[in-house]
Design a protein around this ligand. Structure first.
Ligand code: COA
Length: 141
């Protein structure tokens, strides 16, 4: 909790930050998880999204969908981003299904991109164009 407060505090202010972290709250102070926008590239107007609903029992209630939807609107409306990426570890079916359902498109898979628990993992890259009415990225562009 102290680390989340530190991160959020460091991003508050008049200047644009390279990353933003948010907590997902139900009611007034019941924190369900975190959502982030990171690796923000203002020149190309691109950012990467991350999301976690901490407890298993809080999942499958639409909280991640709500949070990602709000973050997409904010990233477009306030930061002017035109493209959001979700990098998902190969095999993370919940996350992949979440982003596809919200209009992200699987644009490619990066082999041996991430090292964890003693082995290499592929990472699937999903793209969402905030400027497209449907949100769908045109894979051929
Ligand atoms: C991925 C994650 C954020 C989804 O959060 P959530 O609040 O459960 O998501 P939602 O309730 O909004 O689900 C929206 C849709 O995503 C899909 N989905 C979510 N969890 C799923 C699962 N375990 N298996 C298959 N599809 C799933 C479904 O289509 C779901 O709609 P439905 O419940 O009507 O079928 C959550 O499982 C999580 O925190 N996982 C661990 C952290 C993580 O992997 N983060 C992503 C890193 S990129």
């Amino acid at each position: 909790m102290a680390e989340i407060r530190r991160k959020i505090g460091s991003q508050a202010g008049p200047s644009l930050a390279p990353e933003y972290n948010f907590v997902i709250v139900e009611g007034s102070d019941d924190i369900l998880g975190e959502c982030s926008l990171h690796a923000v590239d203002y020149r190309n107007r691109v950012g990467q999204i991350g999301i976690c609903i901490w407890k298993e029992q809080d999942r499958r209630h639409g909280h991640a969908s709500d949070a990602v939807g709000q973050l997409l609107a904010w990233a477009r409306g306030c930061l002017g981003l035109q493209r959001i990426e979700a990098w998902v570890n190969d095999g993370n079916q919940a996350s992949a299904a979440l982003f596809v359902r919200l209009g992200f498109v699987h644009e490619g898979t990066l082999s041996r991109r991430y090292f964890a628990l003693g082995r290499w993992h592929a990472v699937r890259v999903y793209g969402y164009l905030t400027t497209s009415p449907s949100g769908f990225a045109a894979v051929s562009e």
